[in-house]
Design a protein around this ligand. Structure first.
Ligand code: GLU
Length: 464
């Protein structure tokens, strides 16, 4: 059997973390089985779907590198096709017209509530053998209802949740076309999964309740029933349902917040799925390992600390070209415009080991390219009259120095020996003058990368 999976977002907002994980699992499952991954935009809710949201979803998938083999298909472009199928179902008796007005349905509902029974359509327009149906009322446009089996059970072996069985008596006859002829959500999903020959539906478990209805409709259409894997929801760091309160709701916000897509992908891959104790793996590796047997049926909890840890890992592993591009992009909001250069590469190299975030990395290296804003507490603490005198001696030795880390280090040693001071008495004021603060990696390396001219100029600015 050919594996065909799909990601079927409704474009009513961003590609959020939950959606991205669903897409990733569907993508990986198709890859693992040399199948196809299909993107289908479920845009039939015209009041809530927007072109911006479609774009945001495409951007999010592009950023994550989740490429699709087919699509994007847009449900709105398939309306005529759904309508044709509805006509066929009316003709073969698997669907029927229902002329109940809203008032009638409200009254029915009211009555059922009073009787303490679950409100449901009572099948009054459902054709049955020997049943006499009323005359269709004039001027009432009918809806179309699916004739759901009224006995037996509908069951499936969910690949995450195990066997699920629902009595057909629990399901009433679903409206598949509204009075204006537009097909409804569940019906479009069914026709699409059928047409697109989806073999595995991997989706959020907020759709579990739709599945028995969808299976019944697929059966009525004579379609193959896909296998279903319903993924449990993702909880925030605080154990609550993931929501806007948790900050980054859109995957693109992770980009803005300084995460590499590799880190987000690796993180999402482990959100509810495991392969032994493996925590760090490439997408290629993931696609070789991914299966549906190791998805946990319980809710997965988001862990920002772990995501940060993975981000640090991928920043360390990132090719320098990409890291330079990321850093220079993130320096622009600081009004610093630098292209890839050996200086930028050296600055990044010095700072990447301690970085778990690209924005932080850009902020860390910013002082190489723009005069830093000095931290006043550090200035007060380290730029003492004694320091000024030490630095005056030191700067005088820089003009003719062979500009290399070892030579810089040697001249620092020379000054502390001559002046009979401890090393930090030189290194700390030097740090503040060059970087604006009292914390930096080895200052001889910083000074080397900064370059002779800028170093001398920054020191002199404190001496005049
Ligand atoms: N469009 C649905 C959603 O965004 C997904 C439907 C499905 O996967 O079957 O929640």
């Amino acid at each position: 059997m050919q594996v065909r999976t799909r990601f079927a977002p409704s474009p009513t907002g961003f590609l959020h973390i939950g959606g991205a994980r669903t897409a990733l699992f569907s993508w990986a499952y198709a890859k693992r089985h040399q199948g196809q991954f299909i993107l289908r935009v479920e845009d039939t809710d015209v009041a809530r779907s927007t072109p911006e949201a479609v774009q945001a979803i495409l951007d999010g998938m592009h950023w994550l590198g989740l490429s699709y083999d087919e699509g994007p298909y847009y449900q709105m472009q398939r309306m005529e096709h759904y309508k044709t199928i509805i006509q066929k179902m009316l003709a073969d008796g698997t669907a029927y017209l229902c002329y109940c007005s809203k008032e009638e349905l409200d009254a029915l509902r009211e009555q059922q509530m009073q009787q303490g029974i679950k409100p449901r359509y009572d099948g009054r327009w459902r054709p049955e053998v020997d049943k006499h149906l009323p005359m269709p009322p004039a001027g009432v446009p009918p809806v179309v209802r699916f004739k759901n089996p009224d006995t037996g059970v509908v069951a499936w072996d969910d690949l995450v949740k195990g066997r699920i069985e629902i009595a057909n008596a629990e399901l009433d006859d679903l409206i598949i076309a509204r009075a204006d002829g537009t097909p409804t959500y569940n019906f479009c999903v069914v026709v699409d999964d059928w047409d697109m020959q989806i073999s595995h539906v991997i989706r959020g478990d907020d759709h579990v309740n739709n599945t028995p209805r969808q299976i019944n409709m697929l059966k009525a259409l004579g379609a193959n029933i896909p296998q279903y894997a319903h993924l449990s929801m993702i909880l925030g760091d605080d154990g609550q349902k993931l929501s806007k309160r948790h900050g980054a709701v859109s995957v693109m916000q992770y980009d803005e917040e300084g995460y590499l897509p590799e880190a987000v992908l690796n993180y999402l891959a482990r959100l509810g799925w495991s392969h032994g104790d493996e925590e760090v793996f490439s997408m290629q590796q993931f696609c070789e390992w991914f299966d549906l047997d190791h998805i946990t049926p319980s809710a997965a909890q988001f862990n920002t600390e772990k995501l940060n840890w993975l981000n640090a890992h991928y920043i360390k592993a990132c090719p320098m070209d990409k890291l330079m591009a990321e850093t220079s992009k993130r320096l622009q909001p600081l009004n610093i415009y630098v292209e890839a250069s050996s200086q930028l590469a050296a600055a990044i190299q010095l700072y990447r080991e301690r970085a778990n975030n690209l924005n932080q990395l850009a902020q860390d290296v910013a002082f190489f390219f723009a005069q830093p804003q000095p931290n006043s507490a550090d200035v007060e603490k380290h730029i003492t009259p004694e320091a000024i005198s030490v630095m005056t001696t030191f700067v005088a030795k820089l003009s003719h120095l062979d500009w290399a880390v070892e030579a810089i280090h040697a001249v620092m040693n020379e000054v502390v020996t001559e002046q009979q001071i401890k090393f930090p008495k030189l290194a700390m004021p030097l740090r503040v003058m060059l970087t604006g603060g009292a914390q930096s990696p080895s200052i001889d390396q910083v000074m080397y990368i900064l370059g002779r001219e800028v170093a001398i100029q920054r020191i002199n600015a404190y001496l005049s």
